[in-house]
Design a protein around this ligand. Structure first.
Ligand code: IDC
Length: 325
């Protein structure tokens, strides 16, 4: 299906067709007609481990049964990820971008740096990778670039410097795609280290068309996190590119009550969100039951889903509110 060209009115009924090229406007994410929108969807697991969960059937289900607006393509750099085979992982990401595009979903290209937590460790790799992505996909209007999944053990000013080095490299080839910047201590806005969102609010990245990321796991992260996200969203553009209904290990019991409090806040403030993760890993946060991917489904409905999957599918299926015109 054809995507809406930049500056043109929508021509179809998928999320990417209705909304077209996104842009950060003030503290919100806006569609091509300048209205704030909230995107909701799923993150893949690491492509080095769970690429086999991303089949024609599972991606169709994500778009047409889950009604996801956005798919986050989680490409780890370490842990047998990108650094071991740059060409191979780049080809996988290229393919998944095309798959999301063909189904009318937005795609977040997630540079999933995690350990080491200093984003500079992978800066030259990031420049190489994002230069390719930006050159190859710059005509698309359905992308977002997440340039640092979860920095840790470094100051906010170092993360900010990293962003200010990488963003111009991306923009030289793709001036339109919004960029999502990770925050201190596992994209907690510094809260996990006892700080607050003020370190970002008072010292923002010197670039336009960017948002900041926040990650939470509802069984681990309570009122302090919720309040920080709420305050931050009134001052700076926020995008929740990863959350779980369980603990930060991606495992353990679900706290759906706390999760719903976050979702209510994010709905009220139009904060986009992405849940971790669309795979059949054994942990409770992987939405599919063990063995689903090897059996290639069933992908639609709830028979293959763990409790977290049933819960989050319902919430992604809640009708979108995409104002146009
Ligand atoms: C976890 C995966 C697990 C994997 C581990 C490797 O669930 O299978 O072994 O990464 O590092 C994050 C990270 C994300 C984590 C996830 C759950 O971005 O990579 O996935 N999590 O622990 N931040 C907070 C939680």
């Amino acid at each position: 299906m054809a995507l809406t060209a930049p500056g043109q009115p929508p021509t179809g009924d998928t999320p990417a067709e209705i909304n077209g090229q996104l842009r950060i406007c003030g503290t919100k994410l806006c569609n091509a007609s300048g209205h704030p929108v909230q995107l909701r969807g799923m993150s893949t697991h690491g492509l080095q481990w769970y690429y086999q969960c991303l089949t024609t059937g599972s991606l169709n289900a994500l778009a047409d049964d889950w009604n996801a607006d956005v798919m986050r393509i989680s490409m780890y750099i370490q842990e047998d990820g990108y650094e071991t085979d740059p060409a191979g992982f780049t080809a996988k990401v290229d393919n998944l971008i095309e798959q999301a595009t063909a189904r009318g979903m937005y795609a977040i290209v997630d540079w999933h740096m995690l350990d080491p937590g200093d984003p500079y460790y992978n800066l030259s790799r990031a420049k190489t990778f994002f230069t390719h992505i930006a050159q190859r996909h710059n005509a698309k209007t359905n992308l977002l670039y997440e340039i640092a999944n979860e920095p840790s053990g470094v100051s906010w000013s170092r993360i900010k410097s990293y962003a200010e080095e990488l963003i111009p490299v991306i923009r030289a080839n793709d001036p339109e795609t919004p960029v999502l910047v990770g925050t201190r201590e596992y994209s907690s806005l510094g809260v996990s280290a006892g700080a607050t969102e003020s370190e970002v609010v008072n010292n923002p990245v010197n670039a336009t068309n960017i948002a900041y990321t926040f990650h939470f796991y509802a069984a681990s992260h309570g009122q302090e996190y919720l309040d920080a996200l709420s305050r931050a969203a009134d001052r700076i553009p926020m995008f929740v590119t990863e959350f779980g209904t369980q603990t930060y290990t991606g495992d353990g019991g679900n706290n759906f009550t706390r999760s719903q409090q976050y979702l209510d806040l994010m709905a009220a403030k139009k904060i986009s969100w992405v849940n971790w993760n669309y795979s059949d890993d054994f942990r409770s946060g992987a939405v599919f039951k063990d063995g689903t991917c090897a059996a290639n489904g069933p992908w639609t409905g709830t028979t293959s889903l763990k409790p977290a999957g049933v819960w989050v599918r319902d919430r992604i299926r809640t009708p979108d509110d995409f104002p146009t015109g």
